[in-house]
Design a protein around this ligand. Structure first.
Ligand code: TXA
Ligand code: MG
Length: 333
């Protein structure tokens, strides 16, 4: 395939998508790699371009809530309430799939993940396409997701047709995936909408970690079985930066450190790292997280120390990605 074209022209990009090409575009969570969800040949190419396991289904993106009949057979009252509350936005609902959506998109499942992004360019692109667009995160499979168009180009140049040039993603972590097939929603993947926010709308909602072993829905999000979000550098998780006081100068010169709410005095105690990221809020840590991991690799550092965040609010999603970046699943935490 020739070099990937980067464009600002949404009518050009929507034409490519309608013609079965692969086009990355910005959303408020991370960049997505779009393909016509009704075109199986094109979807097959997308799995190849990403190196994605075929058993991991893709999320289908729509321009607005009214378009749901393009992808789903029905919306349960629970799915409808959650979409009303959080769409457009970083929410994906898993609902019964429509036949015209390629079974490659859903990895053979009878359900489909639907999302209406809030990002202005994404919505305009989807509106112009007039088709349901399947879009996984635009990184090579297993790598950290992309929150800038340059990161997409880094992973995908020559493997996809185009990239819509947008800014840095504002949320920085993927959408929350909620299985809405029964009247008790299950959060399969933590993301930009928190469990606490979902429980304000549906108090019985639970996270997949709270299901009893043996419940078939513990297997419901196939994507969570695969390695994810891992940089080449070794990832070490710390609770407190005082754990780093005894590292020697050489180790620090080969390492990056990312911390939350740390005073200059505490930083002075641990000394100089090759790269240092201090985040003031959970939101800014989430937004900068994937780019931090990518920058560590660009600088060919050996190791990144990540200060673990709390397991609540947006911290639940960020902590999940921290554990996965370190090769630990949440279940193994
Ligand atoms: O924010 C996001 O969700 C981004 C942007 C581009 O929209 N997309 C994204 O896609 O993160 P991806 O492919 O990296 O992750 C999709 C997740 C996987 O964990 C997959 O298993 C789950 O959604 N998923 C998709 N369809 C599903 C279904 N029918 N049942 C259960 N899980 C599903
Ligand atoms: Mg992904």
């Amino acid at each position: 395939m020739p070099a990937t074209q980067v464009t600002d022209d949404l009518s050009l990009a929507s034409g490519w998508l309608r013609a079965g090409r692969l086009v990355a575009f910005p959303t408020e969570t991370v960049y997505g790699l779009g393909v016509d969800a009704t075109n199986s040949l094109a979807v097959e190419q997308l799995f190849i371009a990403k190196g994605r396991p075929a058993d991991n289904p893709l999320i289908v993106h729509l321009a607005d809530l009214e378009s749901w009949p393009m992808a789903a057979r029905s919306l349960s009252p629970v799915a409808r309430s959650l979409l009303d509350a959080f769409s457009p936005g970083p929410l994906t609902v898993v609902v019964p799939k429509l036949d015209s959506i390629s079974s490659l998109v859903t990895a053979g499942l009878d359900s489909v993940g639907l999302r209406i992004p809030a990002h202005q360019q994404a919505r305009e692109l989807l509106r112009r396409c007039g088709k349901p667009i399947a879009a996984p995160s635009a990184n090579r499979s297993g790598r950290p997701s992309c929150t800038t168009w340059q990161a997409v180009l880094e992973d995908m140049d020559g493997r996809i047709d185009g990239i819509v040039r947008g800014g840095t993603c504002s949320v920085g972590l993927e959408s929350t995936v909620v299985e809405c097939l029964t009247d008790r929603p299950v959060v399969l993947r933590a993301g930009g909408v928190t469990l606490e926010q979902i429980q304000q709308i549906i108090p019985s909602a639970i996270s997949v970690d709270q299901l009893r072993d043996g419940d078939s829905r513990t297997k419901a999000s196939p994507g969570t079985r695969h390695a994810h979000y891992q940089p080449n550098a070794n990832v070490a998780l710390i609770e407190d930066i005082r754990e780093l006081e005894n590292l020697n100068h050489f180790e620090k010169s080969q390492s990056a450190l990312a911390v939350l709410h740390t005073s200059p005095q505490q930083l002075a105690l641990v000394g100089d790292f090759a790269m240092l990221a201090v985040f003031d809020t959970l939101e800014s840590y989430a937004q900068g997280f994937y780019e931090l991991l990518r920058e560590v690799d660009r600088r060919k550092l050996q190791r990144v120390y990540l200060q673990l965040v709390q397991d609540s609010l947006l911290g639940t999603a960020l902590r999940d990605r921290q554990l996965r970046a370190a090769g630990l699943s949440r279940a193994a935490k």
